[in-house]
Design a protein. Structure first.
Length: 175
């Protein structure tokens, strides 16, 4: 017991090591954080000799081997199984279904068939035959002239169309 106390006293009496100065020359990784690379094809005793861990034959054992991206082992790949709609700006392109964002454009000149003071809605446009279905999303575009003051209700307006409708004394309201 006395020996232990003497050793502890000696440790306390010894000057402690100075903290090492950190610079690029003194940096080293933590022990166990780095591993030596796997050296294959260096004899049977290494455990990675002869076929170098690639097995016997087949596509993956060859140099440059391995399957291309999207290959599913001969099964029809998913990019061929699914239908495709090409191009970002076609009417039927993705996104599909209820998320489709395409609109039917109607120029201001086509609104001349309405009387002054009339209310122009997608239902009214469909009734006149300017658009096919009243459920279509409608964007009013600015080509042409408008003389009658109309209240136009649509899903979107171009800047020039809004200016022409308001210049004629009408209102442009977004549905």
């Amino acid at each position: 017991m006395a020996e232990k106390q003497e050793k502890q006293e000696k440790k306390q009496a010894e000057p402690q090591e100075k903290p090492r100065r950190i610079d690029l020359g003194s940096l080293s990784p933590h022990p166990g954080s780095r591993h030596a690379r796997k050296r294959v094809g260096r004899g049977e005793g290494s455990g990675h000799g002869k076929t170098s861990g690639r097995g016997q034959k087949g596509l993956n054992s060859r140099s440059g081997g391995g399957v291309r991206p999207g290959y599913e082992g001969g099964q029809m790949p998913i990019y061929m199984r699914l239908g495709k709609l090409r191009g970002p700006n076609k009417k039927m392109s993705m996104p599909m279904g209820p998320f489709r964002t395409s609109m039917t454009g109607v120029n201001v000149a086509r609104l001349a068939s309405f009387e002054a003071g009339a209310e122009v809605t997608p239902q009214a446009l469909a009734a006149v035959g300017i658009i096919k279905k009243e459920t279509e999303r409608v964007k009013i575009l600015g080509h042409g002239e408008l003389k009658a003051a109309l209240t136009v209700r649509a899903h979107a307006f171009s800047r020039s169309a809004r200016e022409k409708i308001e210049a004629a004394g009408g209102k442009a309201e977004v549905i």
